[in-house]
Design a protein around this ligand. Structure first.
Ligand code: ZN
Length: 181
């Protein structure tokens, strides 16, 4: 089922999300809905708070960002914890399904070590780098209540204030299904 995407200004996007409980019957449906919603909106990643669930889970399909490097790289991250981030920060222009029509350069470290559970609730500890690390960092920020606009250079953020205000007031809306304000 395609769920409405929550837009900038909704308090759920600024909350630190709760852990997914060990027994959570709705998990398979939530995962399916997150993927379906993400694909329908043309995104490469989507976190549960973006569909109004304040839970520490996100999905991504890195193949949509880089077809050659990440063939079939469709992943689910449950209760993720970034253990380490390293390397020289690099800039990349990010966007977000919850902040339509707005983009900005975000500096992130290129390498991360992450502990997480997959869709079958198996625990993993793994390293990621490059674009895949960046997508994970962006989605991870969502479950911690942070948005990419919070990480922009203050000058750039000031320039975007007008547009952010339009989204907040429901005057700038995306084409895809979203929660009306
Ligand atoms: Zn986002």
């Amino acid at each position: 089922m395609i769920l409405p995407i929550v837009l900038y200004g909704d308090p759920v996007l600024q909350q630190k999300a709760a852990d997914v409980p060990a027994h959570f019957d709705e998990l398979p449906v939530l995962i399916e809905n997150l993927f379906e919603t993400m694909y329908a909106a043309g995104g490469i990643g989507l976190a549960a708070p973006q569909v109004g669930h304040s839970l520490r889970i996100f999905v991504l399909d890195a193949e949509l960002a880089d077809e050659e490097a990440y063939k079939g790289c469709k992943m689910v991250f449950i209760n993720p914890l970034i253990l380490d981030q390293s390397g020289e920060p690099w800039a990349y222009t990010e966007g977000c399904l919850s902040i339509p029509e707005l983009r900005g350069d975000v500096l992130r470290k290129p390498k991360i070590r992450l502990r997480y559970e997959d869709a079958e609730r198996r625990s993993h500890e793994a390293e990621f780098d490059g674009m895949l690390a960046r997508i994970i960092q962006h989605e991870y920020d969502h479950v911690d209540g942070r948005l990419f606009v919070d990480l922009l250079h203050p000058l750039r953020r000031r320039l975007l204030q007008k547009k952010l205000q339009l989204i907040r007031n429901g005057k700038l809306r995306p084409e895809y299904k979203h929660k009306a304000r």
